[in-house]
Design a protein around this ligand. Structure first.
Ligand code: FAD
Length: 288
């Protein structure tokens, strides 16, 4: 069994991976070889020691090179759920694979787009974060898909193959998906509503001439770069959307640690890197 699974390939996750490697621990780093959208978006970074005037893209390239030199692989799978068992963790990915480890470090960042009213209330009752896990439930049905990043566009295609009608609400500009059953809405919904299950997506006003302000839907997919850690890990203690951690980055779940933006402000590289390092040392201590 692996010593540790790191969820997230931003600077917090990479820092944890480098430290675990020097502590000779076995681990998997889940995320993407594009590292982190947030890192690459920075125009210029001025406040990271040793780097003056570097762009986010250059920083990403340097991180990639460092991972390759250290022979650390990034497992390009999206973690859909982390399950704490007695003395181990089972991690399931949207790609349908399962992994086991003795510890977990959550370094999954924070989503900058706020939750929609009703989103948390209807999780598991029509609101889903995983197209490949739950898409089959909506065969021949009408769904809405809220997508924050172009990187997840392939999941919209997957859903459009299954559902009869898809209302797509993209939070990015150059949408490339073109399907007869996909209608794009460029307005932010105000509420996900329903009874036992989701049945309506509400907007402040009709988002288009032929689309009502109260749109009947059977389900709602939230495709976000970062899913809230509380949704990812059942029983995890959070406050204001952040993971509650101790000085050693431990959470309320034995063997589960967290680092970076997901533990709270300030959202900064230096804090994320430091916390990733502390979490990895705490994992090594815990494994003793
Ligand atoms: C435009 C912009 C400019 C910025 N400029 C600066 C700056 O100049 N200086 C500074 O100090 N900070 C800056 N920041 C803040 C900085 O980017 C963040 O503090 C930092 O990226 C946090 O690192 P992180 O590793 O915690 O999270 P992130 O960088 O957000 O990385 C999280 C990673 O986890 C992955 N992930 C999430 N969920 C899953 C999952 N379920 N399965 C697999 N992978 C997952 C994501 O895809 C992502 O790759 C800026 C942020 C922005 C948006």
């Amino acid at each position: 069994m692996l010593d540790c699974i790191i969820v997230g390939s931003g600077v917090a996750g990479i820092s944890a991976a480098l430290t675990l490697q020097s502590n000779q621990k076995s681990f998997l780093l889940f995320g993407s070889w594009s590292i982190s959208e947030k890192v690459s978006k920075a125009e210029k970074i001025h406040n990271y020691p040793g780097l003056s005037d570097v762009s986010g893209v250059e920083f990403c390239e340097a991180l990639k090179t460092q991972l390759k030199e250290a022979k650390i692989d990034v497992k390009e799978e999206k973690v859909a759920g982390v399950y704490a068992l007695k003395d181990k963790f089972t991690v399931m990915t949207q790609e349908g694979n399962t992994y086991e480890s003795r510890t977990v470090i959550l370094a999954c960042g924070v989503e900058s787009v706020k939750q929609i009213e009703g989103e948390a209330e209807f999780v598991g009752r029509g609101v889903s974060y995983c197209a490949t896990c739950d898409g089959f439930l909506y065969k021949g049905k009408t769904i809405a898909v809220f997508c924050t990043t172009k990187r997840l566009e392939h999941e919209i295609g997957y859903l459009a193959d299954i559902a009869e009608k898809v209302y797509l609400i993209p939070m990015y500009k150059d949408v490339q998906i073109q399907r007869d059953n996909v209608t794009i809405i460029r307005k932010m919904p105000t509420k996900i509503d329903g009874g036992l299950r989701v049945n309506t997506l509400r907007f402040a006003a009709p988002p288009a001439e032929d689309i009502p302000a109260e749109l009947p839907i059977n389900g709602m997919f939230m495709l976000r770069e970062c899913v809230s850690p509380a949704i990812l890990v059942g029983g995890l203690e959070t406050a204001d959307g952040h993971v509650v951690v101790g000085r050693d980055m431990s959470t309320n779940l034995k063997g589960c640690f967290a680092a970076g933006d997901c533990t709270g402000r300030p959202y900064q590289y230096a804090k994320a890197v430091g916390e990733g390092n502390v979490a990895a040392h705490a994992v090594s201590e815990y494994l003793k």
